[in-house]
Design a binder for this molecule. Structure first.
Ligand code: FAD
Length: 362
């Protein structure tokens, strides 16, 4: 990678920031230009909010293996670099009808060499007495899970990158054009910025910037609620109810005494990420009904709701590839609702491909 190379990263959610982190760690000596439509700490994309689940149980062995690697190697590396704790480890539990994805989770974890203990519902209730596990035949206990300090992770990354000279600009990229041996980024105010290559990690806005992805990447708004409940990170498990029609999940918030919960909406018509809409007690009433069913003590009245974005790809897959229409643009869409935990690993992979692209490799 030449000292004079200039790389632009468009989109500074967890994936764009982790890509920049991995590049600088690997000794990237060129100019790194970081662009986001909004200032640091904004709440408009997929990465905002205080916390996310980390877990090592997944439906496929590939994701289970990645989740183990990122948790054991890369989150600790990121924590060491920024000098802050970013993950509170704790258990997670998974249950649901055997006709749903639960059996695949058990198989995938075993195939990936991971650990998920199968408990009877009675054993699970004994271990986690706030939960009921109704109608479950078995409960999977993932001992290697926990809560990621999401907002703190983004803030720590922003600070670490700024200290190392990465230039961050608040600017919307409205178009990308191949130009000679590089790419021209047209900003919303008409300014044109040139780079040898660009990584586009624009979350739910990706299809707007690169319309070739309109059919593969579907932005879907998520409604998330926060209820007063007995919950403490590191002790109360993160939980996932796996049903054939989709999953519900929840986790204790970092402040304690509050449960964050939602339905993981993956099948829906595309929404417009520029339209701001609040979650409401009505949009969250079905989730609240589930909490009443699954927890021994009923939740208190909804404290607040939030919306957030998934950029759904079939089978919750990630995209990391050169844009077919733009050979100097690397597209990173790891946004199907479960990518925060994998951010440092996704960033590592994206950084390796960006270096290859700058070096002119295929
Ligand atoms: C409600 C909810 C709960 C979740 N729970 C979990 C969980 O428990 N565990 C887990 O691992 N994952 C979870 N996820 C998923 C995870 O948070 C996302 O997959 C991840 O944050 C995606 O990050 P990103 O960087 O790809 O996208 P984003 O965070 O959306 O970042 C994209 C950025 O690009 C910028 N941008 C877009 N277009 C342009 C443009 N044209 N010019 C300049 N900038 C632009 C945006 O402003 C934005 O900052 C959850 C997601 C949601 C919404």
């Amino acid at each position: 990678m030449s000292r004079g190379s200039r790389l632009a990263i468009v989109g500074l959610g967890v994936n764009g920031l982790c890509t920049a982190w991995a590049l600088l760690r690997a000794g990237f000596a060129g100019e790194l230009l970081l662009l986001d439509a909004f200032p640091a700490g904004h709440r408009r994309g997929a990465s905002q909010g205080e916390e996310r689940i980390t877990r090592t149980s997944y439906e496929t062995a590939a994701f289970a293996a990645d989740a183990r690697r990122v948790q054991s190697e890369l989150w600790p590396a990121l924590e060491a670099d920024v000098g802050r704790r970013l993950v509170t480890l704790g258990p997670a539990v998974f249950w649901g009808p055997e006709s749903g994805p639960l059996p695949s989770y058990a198989r995938a974890v075993a195939e990936a060499g991971g650990v998920a203990h199968a408990l009877t519902p009675a054993e699970a209730r004994h271990r986690f007495p706030t939960m009921r596990f109704p109608d479950a035949e078995r409960v999977l206990l993932d001992p290697h899970a926990g809560v990621i300090h999401a907002a703190e992770t983004l803030a720590a990354l922003e600070g670490w990158l700024a200290e190392r000279g990465a230039v961050r600009r608040v600017a919307t990229v409205s178009a990308l054009h191949e130009e000679g041996e590089g790419v021209a980024l047209v900003l919303a105010d008409g300014e044109v910025v040139r780079a040898h290559a660009a990584v586009v990690s624009a979350g739910p806005w990706l299809p707007r910037l690169l319309p070739g992805y309109t059919k593969t990447v579907v932005p879907v708004r998520q409604h998330v609620g926060f209820w007063p409940m007995e919950a403490r990170a590191g002790h109360t498990p993160a939980w996932v109810f796996l049903a054939p029609g989709g999953l519900h999940y929840g986790l204790p918030t970092l402040g304690g005494g509050v449960m964050k919960a939602a339905f993981h909406a993956t099948r829906a018509e595309p929404d417009d990420p520029d339209v701001v809409e609040e979650a409401s007690p009505v949009s969250l009433s079905a989730v609240e009904a589930r909490l009443r069913e699954w927890f021994v003590a009923a939740p208190g009245p909804l404290l607040r709701g939030e919306t957030c974005w998934y950029a759904n790809v079939a089978e919750d897959q990630f995209i990391l590839q050169r844009a077919p229409t733009h050979p100097h643009v690397l597209v990173l869409s790891a946004c199907s609702g479960h990518a925060f935990k994998l951010g440092p690993l996704t960033g590592l992979r994206a950084s390796a491909q960006a270096v290859q692209l700058l070096a002119g490799g295929a």
